[in-house]
Structures are given as C-alpha cells and as structure tokens.
Write a protein that binds this ligand. Structure first.
Ligand SMILES: C[S@@+](CC[C@H](N)C(=O)[O-])C[C@H]1O[C@@H](n2cnc3c(N)ncnc32)[C@H](O)[C@@H]1O
Length: 215
C-alpha cells in the first residue's frame, strides 16, 4: 500500500508492468537508478527493493516528489526525490538504469498541463510531448552500460520511440506488453483518438508496452 496525496497518480497496470521489468534487471549496491516522473514513488521503491544502492526520483508535482520520498522512508529506503522538470535537477549525474512511466495519452490540447490530475497522463496532440524529450535526453545521462526502461501506449507511436533511441545510438525493443480496457480518460476522448486515426471505432482496449533501450 502506497501513501498518496490527492492528485498524485495511483499506481496502475502500467506501473505494474514496468515494475516487473525493473525486477528483471540486475541491480546491486553499486547501481544508480533514476525514476523519471515518479508519482507516488512505486517504481523508485521497486528499484530499491530489487537491490539498487542509490535511487533518485523526480516529478514536476511537488506533492508527488514528497510522496516518493515518504513511501521510500516507510519501507526503510532513502529515495533522493526531487521536484523538477525531467532531468533538470540532475546536472552532471549518470545512471545505470533510468525508468520512466511518463504522461503518454494523446490530448486535444498540445501543451502540457501546468497543474491538475491531467498532468499525469496528457501528452499533447500525439501523446509524445514527454516521450520525445525523454528519448532525446535520457541517453545522455546513462552510464556506459546503462539501460532505459520506458512504458508507453501503442496510441503514441512505439516505432517512433525505438527510432529516436536508435538515433541516439541505443538499441531498443519492446520487452513486454499488455492490453488494458479503456479507462475513463480514453473513453472521454475516444472521438479525438478516432479523429487522429489511432483507434478504430469499435476499439475498447489499449496496448501498453515496455521499451528497453541499451547501448
Ligand atoms: C503516469 S504518472 C506515473 C507515476 C508513477 N511513476 C507510476 O508509474 O505510478 C506520470 C507522472 O509524471 C509526472 N510529470 C509530468 N510531467 C513531468 C515533467 N515534465 N517532469 C517530471 N515529472 C513529470 C506527473 O506529475 C506524474 O506524477
């Protein structure tokens, strides 16, 4: 059970699928992990429990950053949680594993919300506002043998993520996937999703995938 302040993303299917992928990595006391977009800190705690020696985390929501720190403390782990925009608080640091469950749902508004719950899922017109930034910048903070684990929806361009990682000299592939029924967010914008051609009129499930990228 994770402590969660109002407005902080509740761990869901995507969190659980990505947690399984984190547990499949070889982590030890020397491992430096970064949880980008940490929310409640579920993935940070998962990495610490899986043996990572040092876990950093960042979220644009101050409440989420505090939650991440608290959930670590409650389980006896010190998570170095920061409030900030993606990699900005970590100038000069390198990581063995970067794990991220960013906002990735296509949204009518092409700007990232500045406040509110939608900040956890709205990813701009094609869902890629955060994904593109992560693909462009996360490779630069990896240790030589570092790994990125990123989760996203098939609605926001899996091939594009793999290509962008390849542009940054990482080999990327889908390592796990699951289909989940549309939740309230997708149901509320199904007309928009149809209009941009990412779902069929009778579609009721979304596929989410974990992409693993390495040098
Ligand atoms: C889908 S939630 C994932 C939360 C958690 N990692 C999990 O898997 O349960 C996405 C998180 O990204 C955060 N976020 C959105 N934009 C961000 C940004 N520019 N930099 C850092 N975090 C951001 C949101 O506040 C939210 O907590």
């Amino acid at each position: 059970m994770m402590i969660r302040f109002p407005g902080v993303y509740a761990p869901q299917c995507d969190t659980r699928l990505l947690s399984d992928a984190v547990r499949a990595e070889k982590l030890d006391a020397s491992s430096q992990v970064l949880d980008l977009c940490s929310g409640s800190g579920a993935l940070s705690v998962c990495a610490a429990k899986a043996g990572a020696g040092t876990v950093f985390a960042v979220d644009i929501s101050r409440r989420a950053a505090v939650c991440t720190w608290m959930n670590g403390r409650l389980r006896g782990h010190r998570i170095h949680a920061r409030h900030g925009d993606l990699l900005t608080p970590f100038h000069g640091r390198r990581f063995d594993l970067v794990v991220s469950n960013p906002p990735y749902v296509p949204s009518v508004d092409d700007r990232a919300p500045r406040t509110g719950r939608a900040r956890s899922w709205d990813g701009g017109n094609d869902g890629r506002l955060l994904l593109d930034r992560i693909c462009a910048t996360a490779p630069g903070v990896l240790q030589k043998e570092g790994t990125i684990l990123l989760i996203q929806s098939a609605l926001s361009g899996i091939d594009r993520t793999v290509e962008l990682f390849a542009d940054n000299e990482l080999e990327a592939s889908v390592v796990s996937r699951t289909s989940i029924p549309f939740g309230p967010v997708l149901l509320s914008r199904r007309r928009y999703l149809e209009s941009i051609g990412v779902i069929d009129p009778d579609q009721v499930t979304e596929e989410v995938v974990v992409i693993r990228a390495r040098r």
